[in-house]
Design a protein around this ligand. Structure first.
Ligand SMILES: Cc1cc2nc3c(=O)[nH]c(=O)nc-3n(C[C@H](O)[C@H](O)[C@H](O)COP(=O)(O)OP(=O)(O)OC[C@H]3O[C@@H](n4cnc5c(N)ncnc54)[C@H](O)[C@@H]3O)c2cc1C
Ligand code: FES
Length: 274
């Protein structure tokens, strides 16, 4: 089997889904599992779904969420509670229904000949990386994960990384797990020691930008998953623009994964967080 993927986007589906489980992972973060046979079988690492969380005017706009893992008929979504939509998501109970549109977007690519990959996740940046780590590992790619978070409790998604990666390196802002400091402090060492063929990064843009520069300095290709405000999710409204060296691109269809070397980092495009 060739595991190289250049990611051809498939058809998006509209599916009525049922909540199988919805558990608190840590303060302000949950993991919801949805029975979603059609989307779960079609989704690829790095793609996302657009979720209509509830009815009413607050929910006319769907909310975008990465797929953390897809397991047979089920989608696993790691979510951070921020506002109206994610608060409502945290209230969902087993058996409740919602609908999703997906899979959406352009996900991670696995370049031909990849033998070793470095995944760099900051905070909820771990969300789109579980499925990627699983696919790389299934394809025989040696995976190193460098993960950072404010505290040990906020190192989310560690189960899948421990199960798939050859090495998991951690850093926390308060020193409660791993190195004391930022995840970017782990990257140069991992680049030098592991000599990866590709770097994948997701997390706060200040961090992703530094990792992009670190990968470029080591002459290793780097892919980044970016978050933007998304209204339509299908390329029609231009709310999700990302400036690249090839011009303006829409994160919902041209991304959310981009070649990091092509991103023109522009703070005015980053959605504010509470
Ligand atoms: C491709 C993509 C994948 C994402 N994957 C995940 C994920 O796996 N887990 C996760 O927790 N979050 C993810 N997000 C962010 C998530 O969509 C927002 O946090 C969520 O929509 C906020 O909704 P809300 O109603 O709770 O908050 P609101 O009250 O609407 O807003 C809360 C904050 O979230 C920001 N926000 C609102 N809507 C969006 C949006 N559509 N995109 C980005 N930020 C927004 C706002 O700027 C605001 O500061 C992803 C976003 C994108 C674009
Ligand atoms: S969200 Fe509408 S164009 Fe991307």
């Amino acid at each position: 089997m060739s595991c190289a993927s250049t990611h051809e986007d498939g058809h998006r589906l509209l599916e009525r889904v049922t909540v199988v489980a919805n558990d608190r992972v840590t303060e302000g973060v949950g993991l919801i599992v949805l029975e979603s046979p059609r989307v779960a079988r079609a989704v690829r690492p790095g793609q996302f779904v657009h979720l209509r969380i509830s009815t009413g005017t607050d929910f006319i706009l769907r909310r975008p969420f990465s797929i953390h893992r897809a397991e047979e008929d089920r989608l696993h979504i790691l979510y951070q509670v921020l506002g109206t939509g994610t608060r409502a998501l945290a209230e969902k109970r087993r058996g409740e229904e919602m609908d999703v549109i997906g899979p959406l977007g352009h996900g991670w690519e696995i370049p031909e000949g990849t033998a070793h990959a470095l995944l760099v996740a900051g905070g909820l940046g771990a969300a789109p990386m579980g499925m990627l780590a699983e696919q790389l590992s299934a394809c025989g790619v040696a995976v190193t994960v460098a993960q950072g978070a404010p505290t040990a409790e906020r190192l989310v998604g560690q189960g899948v990384f421990e199960a798939t990666a050859r090495r998991v390196l951690t850093a926390t802002d308060d020193g409660s797990a791993g190195e004391h400091g930022f995840v970017t402090g782990l990257v140069e060492g991992a680049l030098a020691t592991d000599r990866p063929d590709v770097v994948y990064v997701c997390g706060p843009e200040a961090m992703a930008r530094i990792v992009t520069a670190q990968a470029a300095a080591a002459d290793v290709p780097c892919q980044v998953s970016l978050e933007r405000l998304m209204a339509c999710g299908i390329g029609a409204c231009l709310s999700c623009v990302v400036t690249t060296t090839d011009g303006q691109r829409r994160a919902c269809v041209d991304g959310p994964v981009f070649d990091a070397a092509h991103v023109v980092w522009d703070v005015s495009e980053i959605p504010p967080k509470h």
